[in-house]
Design a protein around this ligand. Structure first.
Ligand SMILES: C[S@@+](CC[C@H](N)C(=O)[O-])C[C@H]1O[C@@H](n2cnc3c(N)ncnc32)[C@H](O)[C@@H]1O
Length: 189
């Protein structure tokens, strides 16, 4: 068996964040959900770092709070029950990384999903907040109507970013079927 295996969008997202973040850094989780990404970010930036996390669902914030407390990493986290489109009102320092895991809360109400209009506003805010060489990582889930619309609009929006300002990578398994997750990585120049 070969030593290297192609892996999913979520795996690439985690790998990029692991490579980019250092203890003491600042990161944003724009879609807290059940807190898996927030926890990973808190571990990467350590007790001297800062993580800002957003979700519109109180249950997501509560699940995340519990997860962080159990792991002993809640000190570095600021959790907001607030739409990520308000990110710039709460994050008042440049950030090293931001992560978006689009769609709905696993195990939750599928009608509460991210929507392109607010996702676009939040991505714009995150791009402005990024430090030089900072990264924005986005996992998108086509395969349902809003996810499809969001993925298409996102692809068009990111394709239009000026290469003098940002490098944009898009990872997609071409033969995996229409619902397969896709990963976008943007790095500020
Ligand atoms: C796929 S889940 C995130 C999973 C999460 N990253 C984890 O590790 O468990 C997407 C989340 O986005 C949230 N969401 C939807 N619209 C939002 C908005 N405008 N601002 C912030 N979060 C939003 C949903 O409530 C849902 O919890």
């Amino acid at each position: 068996m070969a030593a290297y295996e192609l892996k999913s969008a979520r795996y690439l997202a985690a790998e990029v964040l692991e490579k980019c973040l250092r203890p003491g850094d600042t990161a944003v989780d724009a879609t807290m959900g059940n807190g898996h990404d927030t926890l990973a970010l808190c571990r990467l930036v350590g007790p001297q770092g800062t993580v800002y996390a957003f979700d519109i669902q109180a249950a997501a914030v509560e699940n995340t709070r519990k997860r962080l407390e159990e792991a002993g990493v809640s000190r570095q986290a600021h959790l907001f029950c607030l739409g990520h489109e308000h990110m710039a009102e709460r994050v008042d320092e440049p950030v090293d990384a931001a992560v978006f895991n689009l769609g709905w809360l696993p195990g939750g109400d599928h009608s509460v999903t991210t929507h392109w209009e607010t996702t676009k506003a939040a991505i714009g805010a995150a791009l402005s907040l990024l430090k030089k060489s900072g990264v924005l990582v986005i996992c998108a889930y086509p395969g349902h109507a809003e996810g499809d619309r969001e993925r298409l609009a996102l692809t068009e929006f990111l394709s239009g970013l000026r290469p003098q300002n940002f490098n944009v990578l898009h990872q997609r398994f071409l033969n995996a079927g229409p619902g397969a997750p896709e990963c976008f990585v943007v790095q500020k120049q």
